[in-house]
Design a protein around this ligand. Structure first.
Ligand SMILES: O=C(O)C(=O)C[C@]1(C(=O)O)C=C[C@@H](O)C=C1
Length: 364
């Protein structure tokens, strides 16, 4: 390519950037107007709701439907995700607590869902995320709920039994683990590998093959593992990209998870009910009496009405020995007439039924 051609193309890019800049600013002014309208239409004592997950899902889906490339749908939606995040910050900067410390996959999930224009607050434990939301110190919390290799995150399920929380969104993240070392690590003398217990489990076969005799040390998070390695010459950590970048570690081996499709699903928790979008999921907790056929009775209304169950999990109820609660996710919104009927039927058989929330299916 000649210098002249390059120069001409850069001029075109400059002109386009000016237009993009103008349009983004116009969009941001529009969002400010939306905030003004929301404030003006409040009833006495009503608090304004600036963050609207159902609208955000609609915007992102529309972008993906209309996108004609060459950028991929996900990439384009990611860009609009950030534009919307910044527009919302003009209306009201969201405060989001997540399972920390900084550099965890949960932080990456929070950014994927809310964008980067939020005030984020790392918490030391899942239960603390719930408490922070319950106390009103933040608008939303982000917690992991299940991993495709290791299954349920029980701390999260149990926290739902203790706190009244509304689920208002979900996001899925592909989890890639790397073996990370610091600049002082003697890579041929590694005698200890730190990581979160779930991540060690997700890389078990790889570790058995490559570091069979090295001590595996479970710590509170992958980011904590990365932090420890920084000061030690004979250890390595298993963690993801964010932690590697944050603690300046290098990848000795990349993508070492045993299953290439290893993914984790995260939930957004808050106090805000989300209206239907037409493409939603609902999460409920049900406890049934301890009698034969109870689980069958619970599932029949779903089957009879053709409702797609996406997940069912059992946990001890904590209110009696050998009694259990079921966590169920299914497709639909609790305000849909069909779902209302099903929930009504279940509540007639159940000891207790709690709707944890209906929320748009993950778009990104
Ligand atoms: O439509 C709204 O209610 C807005 O506040 C605008 C907007 C946007 O930028 O598109 C911003 C934040 C909301 O979470 C949803 C959408």
């Amino acid at each position: 390519m000649s210098e002249q051609e390059l120069k001409a193309l850069r001029l075109r890019i400059d002109a386009l950037d000016e237009k993009v800049l103008e349009l983004i600013s116009e969009r941001a002014r529009c969002a400010q107007e939306v905030a003004r309208v929301k404030m003006a239409s409040l009833a006495e004592g009503e608090v304004p709701v600036f963050y609207r997950p159902e609208r955000e899902a609609q915007v992102l889906k529309r972008v993906m439907e209309r996108n004609q490339g060459p950028l991929g749908n996900e990439e384009m939606a990611r860009l609009f995700r950030e534009i919307m995040s910044s527009c919302l910050a003009l209306e009201q900067p969201l405060k989001v607590a997540y399972l920390g410390p900084e550099g965890t996959f949960t932080q990456a999930a929070a950014m994927k869902h809310f964008g980067h224009a939020v005030i984020s607050k790392p918490m030391a434990a899942i239960d603390e995320v719930f408490r922070e939301v319950a106390a009103g110190a933040v608008n939303f919390g982000v917690v992991p709920v299940e991993n495709s290799t290791e299954g349920a995150v029980n701390h999260t399920l149990d926290s739902f039994l203790e706190h009244d929380m509304v689920i208002c969104g979900e996001v899925e993240l592909r989890i890639h683990h790397h073996l990370l070392v610091g600049e002082n690590t003697k890579t041929d003398s590694i005698s200890r590998i730190y990581s979160h217990a779930q991540s060690l489990a997700q890389c078990r076969k790889w570790l058995d093959a490559h570091y069979p005799n090295v001590e595996r040390v479970a710590v509170s998070s992958n980011a904590e593992a990365a932090k420890r390695v920084k000061g030690e010459w004979n250890s390595a950590a298993i963690a993801g990209d964010m932690a590697a970048g944050l603690y300046g570690l290098t990848r000795l081996a990349e993508k070492i998870e045993d299953r290439p499709d290893n993914s984790t699903r995260f939930l957004m928790i808050g106090n805000q009910e989300v209206p239907p979008t037409g493409d939603d999921k609902t999460s409920i907790i049900v406890s049934m009496s301890n009698k034969p056929g109870a689980l069958h009775e619970l599932l029949v209304p779903f089957h009879d009405n053709g409702i797609d169950l996406t997940r069912i999990e059992t946990r001890p109820s904590r209110s009696g020995k050998w009694t259990y609660v079921f966590f169920i996710d299914f497709v639909g919104h609790h305000r849909d007439p069909l779902i209302k009927d099903v929930l009504e039927k279940i509540s007639q058989e159940a000891v207790a039924l709690k709707v944890l929330g209906s929320y748009p299916k993950a778009v990104l």
